[in-house]
Design a protein around this ligand. Structure first.
Ligand code: SAM
Length: 284
């Protein structure tokens, strides 16, 4: 069957008009109209026939179509009820696509994806990018790679190295679970309507095991404290998180970290050293 490619301005405008779709800014609806970008995303995810793919926010089926054409078994979760009927039409005939009406933050993903391993491929709604990515990673779902379109500034924060202003708690968390790499910058003109910000596609390959061995709860408490107020020294940040002054000094001393440093200069190894020193002190 020959189907019109959805990722084109004229096809998208036609679908929006034919179905009388009211696009919602609140739901982060900016639909892709660039065929090349869809192809690049599918390639960045290395989608092969038979791959299980979770797509978040299929919209009118633009990226879903690219994934389905590549032979993936797609489960696509869309929150906007008006689009569910539209997707049934725009993706009619693709036996390898299943659309679920729901909120990705509430759907039980492990129940919906039966495969041992899956890929997440999505043009994310920007208003909830971080909660979605953190949920997917923290839930330890059997995901091998996430290829997502996000706001460019967020992609830069996810992939940032220590030392710059982009580096923060999101960078540490994403790099703890994955190896991120920005693969493509995408201009506003690639969407209808064009978003107010630049976008980027980022590929995050999920690590088999984290790069540091830590008590995760303590590790992320330290990271959160260190970035809660970026201008604070580590010394003050840890005290601010409720750790008594003498314990803070003992932790930093044992970890071999200068308390005058700021969180934004700390590597994952150094955060791990602090968390591990804290755990050891707690045990004694
Ligand atoms: N995939 C389409 C594309 O590339 O053109 C649409 C992407 S658009 C940026 C984001 C989509 O996510 C919209 O269709 C929106 O309705 C949907 N969405 C927003 N919040 C959601 C949520 N919590 N769960 C699932 N889908 C959501």
């Amino acid at each position: 069957m020959i189907r019109p490619v959805i990722a084109k301005r004229e096809t998208t405008l036609h679908i929006l008009k034919a179905f009388g779709i009211q696009m919602s800014k609140k739901l982060g609806q900016n639909f892709l109209i660039d065929e090349q970008v869809v192809a690049d995303i599918v390639r960045a995810a290395g989608v092969k026939p038979g791959d299980a793919v979770l797509e978040i926010g299929p919209g009118i089926g633009t990226l879903t179509q690219g994934l389905a054409e590549a032979g993936a078994h797609v489960v696509a979760v869309e929150l906007d009820r008006q689009l569910i009927g539209v997707l049934a039409k725009t993706l009619a005939g693709y036996e390898n696509v299943r659309v679920i009406h729901g909120d990705i933050l509430k759907v039980d993903i492990s129940r919906e994806i039966a495969a041992k391993s899956c890929k997440v491929v999505a043009n994310l709604p920007y208003y909830i990018t971080t909660p979605i990515i953190m949920k997917l990673l923290e839930d330890r779902l059997p995901i091998e790679v996430l290829v997502t379109m996000v706001q460019k500034e967020v992609a830069e924060r996810m992939a940032a190295a220590p030392g710059g202003k982009e580096y923060g708690a999101l960078s540490v968390a994403v790099q703890y679970y994955t190896e991120p790499q920005i693969v493509l910058n995408v201009p506003p003109a690639a969407f209808i309507p064009p978003p107010a910000v630049e976008s980027a596609v980022i590929r995050c390959v999920v690590r088999e095991k984290p790069p540091v061995a830590v008590n995760e709860k303590l590790f992320f408490r330290v990271v959160k404290a260190a970035f809660a107020q970026r201008r604070k020294t580590l010394n003050n940040a840890l005290k601010g998180a409720g750790i008594p002054t003498d314990i803070v000094a003992a932790i930093l001393n044992a970890a071999g970290i200068d308390g005058a440093r700021r969180g934004e200069t700390m590597t994952l190894d150094e955060f791990a050293a602090v968390a591990n020193a804290w755990e050891k002190l707690k045990a004694n």
